[in-house]
Every structure is written in structure tokens, then in C-alpha cells.
Write a protein that binds this ligand. Structure first.
Ligand SMILES: Nc1ncnc2c1ncn2[C@@H]1O[C@H](COP(=O)(O)OP(=O)(O)OP(=O)(O)O)[C@@H](O)[C@H]1O
Ligand SMILES: [Mg+2]
Length: 134
């Protein structure tokens, strides 16, 4: 699906948030700057009903946790994960047990990545393209 500009990515986030429920895991794949955090932020804005909710990139913290109208949402950025097992130090089991889980760089988990809805973002000219596998 084409995402011509950031507004289109945000609209996709609204659409995805409308169908997410506790226990769901979403993998956000794509190269550096593909728009993974932009999409996660849009999901969190829609899920919280608060467009001003501050959603920093978890680049350095690796995980940020939010209470939303859909329940707890865990936003991981695993780019800097050194081994898949390191994810257990980030509350991974609790996240899977009680939350909606958004994962940037799901590749870093290898076989530890559970069954998930997959979104692949690609740069396409000035915009982006999304491939969804639900
Ligand atoms: N559909 C789009 N069209 C054009 N630009 C976009 C679109 N979606 C996001 N962007 C822009 O892409 C840039 C990078 O976005 P973002 O930080 O979300 O990428 P990322 O995939 O999370 O990167 P990283 O791998 O570093 O975490 C931002 O400047 C954002 O505004
Ligand atoms: Mg990011």
C-alpha cells in the first residue's frame, strides 16, 4: 500500500489501532528511517485518544510502556539488542502476557519472535510503501 506522506502513515496507524487487542504482537520492519517509529507513534496516539501523547523513539531505552484505552502497549526498538535473550531483561514476558506489543527490528529476536502481524515499510521516492501480512 502506498504511503505518500507522513499523514498516510498516520492514517495506517489509526486503522491498525482499531483492530489491535491485548495479546497482539506487531512487527515493524524496514531500514533505518523507513517510518517504523512514525507508525508506532500513530498507533499509540490513536490507542490513547491523545494526539499530544509524547512517544519518543525507544532507540536507547529499547522499550517504552504506555497505558491506553486498548490496555498496556509496549513499544520496543530492538536495533541495539545484542542477543535475542537480552529481550527478557526488558520485560518481554510481561509484555506478551498482558499487552499489545509493537516491535521495531523484530529480526533481532530471531526465533524468539512470536506469531505476529507483520508490517514492512519501504522507502518509495519521497514517500513510503507498506506491505502488511496479518
Ligand atoms: N509515509 C511517509 N512519507 C514520507 N516520510 C515519512 C513517511 N513516514 C515517515 N516519514 C519520515 O521518515 C523519517 C524517519 O521516520 P522514523 O523515525 O519513523 O523511522 P524508523 O523506521 O523508526 O527509523 P529507525 O530505524 O532509525 O528507528 C521521519 O522524518 C518521518 O517523518
Ligand atoms: Mg524507529
Amino acid at each position: 500500500m502506498p504511503l505518500a506522506d507522513e499523514t498516510a502513515t498516520e492514517q495506517l496507524g489509526v486503522t491498525l489501532a482499531a483492530r489491535l487487542k491485548p495479546g497482539d504482537v506487531v512487527g515493524l520492519k524496514g531500514e533505518l528511517g523507513a517510518g517504523k517509529t512514525t507508525l508506532a507513534r500513530a498507533i499509540l496516539h490513536a490507542a490513547s485518544g491523545d494526539p499530544k501523547l509524547v512517544v519518543p523513539s525507544p532507540t536507547f531505552t529499547l522499550v517504552e510502556v504506555y497505558e491506553t484505552k486498548l490496555g498496556t502497549i509496549w513499544h520496543f526498538d530492538l536495533y541495539r539488542l545484542e542477543t535475542p535473550e537480552q529481550v527478557f531483561e526488558l520485560g518481554w514476558e510481561e509484555a506478551l502476557a498482558d499487552g499489545i506489543v509493537l516491535v521495531e527490528w523484530p529480526e533481532r529476536l530471531g526465533p524468539l519472535m512470536p506469531k505476529h502481524l507483520s508490517v514492512i515499510l519501504e522507502v518509495d521516492g519521497d514517500g513510503r510503501r507498506a506491505l502488511l501480512d496479518v
